[in-house]
Write a protein that binds this ligand. Sequence first.
Ligand code: TRP
Length: 445
Amino acid sequence: MNTRVLTGITTSGTPHLGNYAGAIRPSIQASVQPGVDAFYFMADYHALIKCDDPQRIARSRLEIAATWIAAGLDPEKVTFYRQSDIPEIPELCWMLTCVTAKGLMNRAHAYKASVDQNVARQAEPDDGITMGLFSYPVLMAADILMFNANKVPVGRDQIQHLEMTRDIAQRFNHLYGNGADFFVLPEVQIDDEVATLPGLDGRKMSKSYDNTIPLFEGGAKGLRSAVMRIVTDSRQPGEAKDAEGSHLYTLYRAFATPAESAVFRQELEGGMGWGDAKQRLFERIEQDLAPMREVYAELMSRPDRIEDILQAGAAKARRLSQPLMAALREAVGLRASAAPARAASASTKKAAGKRARFVSFRDEGGLFRFRLLAGDGQELFLSESFDNPKAAGAAIKGLQGAPLDSLIAREGGQAVMSLDGAVVGRFDAARLDQVRQALADMAQD
Ligand code: TRP
């Protein structure tokens, strides 16, 4: 089975060179590896937590989508979507919210940091803190669990969120899984090979430090002028430079081949002036970015194109999220059936909550199965796996609709239940009477 890799980018700003080299480029590389199913999305609900400027949100969603595509993402191969186009995500978020301990959220670094800042300036601890910020990790858990991601590549600051996601998933599995798990426990993926770029001042390139180098904004000119502003030491042309300690070299290496980097390094150590080095760095980055910038500009001038791509991505994503959500609704008691609550008859009153029932779930491989449980909760029968919940649902219906004996063949001590020639499941033939009874009870309901 393929590994599902999932990650999101919060759409509250314009992508910079650090976002490209640290997140977008490695994610695109990962998406074409054999055995990988990639899910990449624009976390625009998350953006609302930190930004209340509608124009900025709208623009950022567009820019980030265009950047992914310009950088080479293949929307045919990757499931590429916008969080807010998947209504199952906020719905799952609520279900998870209802099983998440408040104490767990109290421990979230981002929330605690805001509280600490408030306390430090002698304000109310929760001053200015919204429920969005407080519950941020639950929404992130919903993003991840909705698609049963195995690996989540993120920055170190997100490790705690992945731990919380696993906690929440386990709790939900335990409460509703009936021994089978709805959710895969995701693993965080921190890639030490991936470049963390220094910004203009040498600290990590980040919008919050205001030290970023633009990716496409401002064109080649904007890129060049930013590169010229990178801090260096005061060594003069002709003096040997400390390549290892130089931000220019770190940036250069993030774009160049090892052989190109070795030459650049030698030249720095041989006394190349900082001005020349910056020009060389600019040219090397520009070599990669120029072709992408063209695609980017083209896309940005045709937002309808981007929209089409995203709508197709949302449809693809929802082919997974809708059936899972249906199974989850069922599991928590929000049944899809419109059957009104029956008036309690003598027999149902006695057996309230104790009738035989089918319980659907998703197995470890992400496939759909069900169990037949007796009134006392004992498992009578476990189904084979089905590719989709519809097929599993059809089998449940089929079992209820036909006379049982016509579906069953004996194989030694085993009873093999089949529908239309396909085996639905096997069980111990000694249970045959119980199974018959359970199905008959259900038929009466
Ligand atoms: N919180 C992430 C960040 O700020 C963005 C994000 C939202 C995310 N949902 C996610 C990342 C799910 C990975 C998986 O970087």
